[in-house]
Write a protein that binds this ligand. Structure first.
Ligand code: ADP
Length: 248
């Protein structure tokens, strides 16, 4: 596996009782890239994500992360290697403040239980790091705001901050713009761009203008298989891609 490839799948396949949700997918994600996975509904994007994070076991094929075969690993072990999926908002504790949410994620990452209050120096260290992460995602002003009172787009940024607390090298973002208005989309897009300086990102996203603006490379899935791969402008010229999207 070439050094610049951080994640690779070889013949990745998932079959549900004779139906191939993902079939023989060969994906190569370059270190430092924002790589988008797109495709019409039912194309197999979510199944692919679930395979990569090991929430589903492949029926066939391999997943290599930094050259290591992770195909048979448990989700927590994959996360520990630095391949981390952003959690949905439901994983954010609504009545804890933004700072407390990130601190809890940090404490968990370091093996401390939620009610680990014993040492002030340890708590100060976690608080310091939590503030840095909130600053990284542009949420400093919301430090003391309970998550439940934060606007939707800011909650998604908080979700990203709690993911960063897991100290990833590569992040899988599942529809980071889902349910957002223009203003929030712009903010999250800017945030993804900013964090991509440090982390490799693979994202599933329906909003094609976001995909066009952010992605270094795009893989198009249809019916569980890779239909095309390339830069946005090339893909928009590809008749097979147009057909898959428009049914033309
Ligand atoms: P996408 O995320 O691109 O919309 P999915 O990965 O959710 O696509 O689904 C791909 C196909 O696999 C769909 O036809 C879906 O109905 C099917 N599928 C997904 N999960 C299961 C499952 N657990 N059992 C049977 N079929 C499934």
């Amino acid at each position: 596996m070439a050094d610049d490839i951080i994640l690779e799948t070889q013949g990745l396949t998932k079959e549900f009782s004779g139906f191939f949700a993902v079939r023989d997918v060969n994906l190569r994600v370059k270190r430092g890239h924002i790589h988008a996975l797109i495709g019409p509904n039912g194309a197999g994007k979510t199944t692919c994500f679930n395979l990569l994070t090991k929430f589903l076991q492949p029926s066939a094929g391999k997943i290599l992360y930094k050259g290591q075969d992770i195909s048979a690993m448990a989700p927590a072990d994959v996360a520990r290697l630095g391949l981390v999926r952003s959690f949905q908002i439901s994983a954010v504790f609504p009545h804890l403040t933004a700072l407390e949410n990130v601190r809890v994620a940090l404490q968990r990452q370091h093996g401390h239980s939620f009610d680990f209050w014993r040492s002030k120096s340890v708590l100060d260290r976690f608080n310091h790091r939590a503030r840095e992460l909130l600053d990284d995602v542009g949420l400093s002003e919301f430090s003391d705001t309970p998550a439940v009172e934060m606007p939707y787009g800011r909650k998604r940024a908080l979700e990203i901050a709690t993911t960063l607390a897991l100290d990833p090298e590569m992040m899988l973002l599942d529809e980071p713009m889902a349910g957002m208005g223009h203003e929030d989309i712009d903010k999250i897009a800017a945030l993804i761009k900013r964090i991509s300086a440090k982390y490799t990102i693979l994202m599933v996203e329906h909003n094609l203008s976001v995909v066009a603006n952010l992605s270094d490379i795009i893989t198009v899935l249809t019916r569980g298989q890779v239909l095309a791969e390339g830069h946005y402008n090339d893909l928009t010229q590809d008749d097979r891609v147009k057909e898959a999207y428009l049914g033309a």
